[in-house]
Design a protein around this ligand. Structure first.
Ligand code: NAD
Length: 475
């Protein structure tokens, strides 16, 4: 059967409209929230390998109801206006859902990053930053990019440095991008943040019997069979944490060049090492290889984690997906048509705007750190330790004086006497964000008979918050 496949942007808009139709928004507000405010397209030349190469870049600003606006920069040959606008819209809703005080934006550069060496990529990135800066599309107070597919700490460090050179008198210059390496103003725990957020989202899901029941799942994450698509930043960290810390079994990893399966569970670190060394999963000794990546999305499993690109589950394959629970680590992996088919089948979907919000949450912490010019916990840590020591010493004195002779266990004493460092504080803030946002979504999902899935609930929470801002602005 021929299918008219939805564009990514149409998919996001349809999901938004489904939720908005359940709400009583003031006239015109639904459209105001939905539309993308602006998209800047730039074509610039860089002299490389003896000739000028022209590159096309985008920066979409979906909503400025809060500023700065925030969103990653993607390097991929598939980048286009529809995609950045859809991603920018998702950023708006995501920030509202997890209560980080940003509007939504997204950028991209049409480039295959593997086709250029490091020096060339640096020159291209610095030039792109210059183009964005000329239009205030990178700035600590107006627009703050972050990593996305094809970019990481290295690109963010180049962008921050290029911005600083253009604005030497801006004391907040470091806060112009997040996802920087620590030595360039980054924060501990940002690289792993999105994958860590996926883990925290799943842990929270498995704390609620009633929602687990909807997916036909019981118990905890231990032993659950997991399929992961994309072993990049997000997919690798999610898979690694879930297998190493929660004892889930990653039975299948799908990458660009094919699939590795192992029903006993794949050694994620070893596979990541193999991909780094060879460029793909083929030839990995710890599992069976096949080439058909799309088919593997249909593998029998408990949890499917698409962590690569958008629209991989659409009207053509949705009815064959066997996972009971899908957690959208990537942005937009399930189209609106597929979403409908999966809902009818009873598949539970933890939506992207919540599932991968760990990245922007920790980016928010990094931005705050940059503006305050001090690392998290630096003022309190030793003070906290001194107070803990006072309690321990007093307990030991009381125990000796009263003849009870209690001894505190070594493990307890050590961890109680160690003040939280930046990484622990970041994890605590991220965990809190994922738990609280889940509860807000669940409240709407479980208590409103017209809300039949978690995605719609997430949109309702986000739209409500955005509309409150617009209403208080007098719009
Ligand atoms: P990445 O570039 O680090 O990794 C992407 C991985 O997916 C790569 O290993 C790539 O080889 C693989 N891949 C690409 N196309 C594939 C395909 N068709 N089939 C199988 N594998 C494929 O990117 P990332 O930063 O991990 O981002 C992945 C997704 O997560 C994107 O949708 C992105 O928007 C979203 N996301 C990322 C962040 C972040 O902090 N990096 C935050 C929120 C959301």
């Amino acid at each position: 059967m021929a299918h008219n496949l939805l564009s990514f942007r149409d998919s996001v808009d349809q999901m938004f409209t489904k939720a908005a139709s359940l709400m009583e928004l003031s006239p015109g507000l639904e459209e105001k929230i939905r539309v993308c405010n602006s998209t800047y397209v730039v074509r610039f030349g860089v002299r490389l390998r003896g000739q000028i190469h022209t590159f096309t870049g985008y920066r979409a600003v979906h909503s400025e109801h809060m500023e700065p606006v925030k969103g990653g920069i993607r390097y991929s040959l598939d980048v286009n206006q529809d995609e950045v606008e859809a991603l920018a819209a998702l950023m708006t809703y995501k920030c509202a859902l997890v209560e980080v005080p940003f509007g939504g934006s997204k950028g991209g550069l049409c480039i295959d990053p593997r086709a250029w060496n490091e020096d060339e990529l640096e020159r291209i990135t610095r030039r792109f930053t210059y183009e964005l800066s000329r239009r205030n599309l990178i700035s600590p107070s107006q627009n703050v990019p972050a990593p996305d597919m094809g970019t990481g700490e290295r690109e963010m460090a180049w962008m921050a440095d290029a911005y600083k050179r253009l604005h030497p008198d801006d004391i907040n210059a470091k806060a112009c991008v997040t996802g920087k390496p620590r030595h360039a103003g980054g924060i501990d725990g940002r690289v792993e943040a999105t994958g860590r957020g996926v883990q925290y989202a799943l842990r929270e899901f498995f704390r609620h019997d009633d929602v687990m029941k909807k997916a036909g799942l019981t118990g905890d994450l231990g032993g659950k069979r997991v399929v992961v698509q994309g072993l990049g930043n997000v997919g690798y960290h999610a898979a690694q944490f879930l297998s190493a810390e929660d004892k889930a079994l990653v039975t299948c990893v799908i990458e660009r060049d094919g699939v590795i399966r192992n029903p006993q569970g794949i050694n994620i670190d070893a596979l990541r090492g193999h991909i780094r060394a060879t460029g793909g999963v083929k030839g990995f000794a710890g599992g069976d290889f096949t080439e058909d990546g799309l088919r593997a999305l249909e593998d029998d499993c408990d949890i499917l984690i698409p962590a690569a690109v958008e629209s991989v589950i659409d009207a053509t394959n949705a009815d064959r997906i066997r996972a009971r629970l899908i957690i959208e680590a990537a942005n937009g992996p399930v189209t609106a048509d597929a979403d409908r088919i999966l809902r009818e089948k009873g598949t539970v979907i933890i939506p992207d705007m919540y599932a991968n919000a760990g990245g922007v949450t920790v980016s928010y912490f990094e931005w705050v750190k940059n503006l305050s010019q001090i690392s998290l916990g630096r003022l309190e840590r030793r003070h906290e330790e001194a107070r803990a020591r006072m309690i321990v010493e007093e307990l030991e004195r009381l125990s000796a004086d009263t003849g009870l002779n209690w001894t505190l266990s070594k493990g307890f004493k050590e961890s109680f006497l160690t003040g939280a460092d930046e990484l622990e504080l970041v994890r605590s803030g991220l965990d809190d964000t994922m738990r609280e946002s889940f509860k807000k979504m669940k409240e709407v999902w479980v208590n409103n008979p017209r809300v039949d899935d978690m995605r719609t609930a997430a949109y309702v929470v986000a739209i409500r918050r955005i509309s409150n801002v617009y209403n208080s602005l007098g719009l």
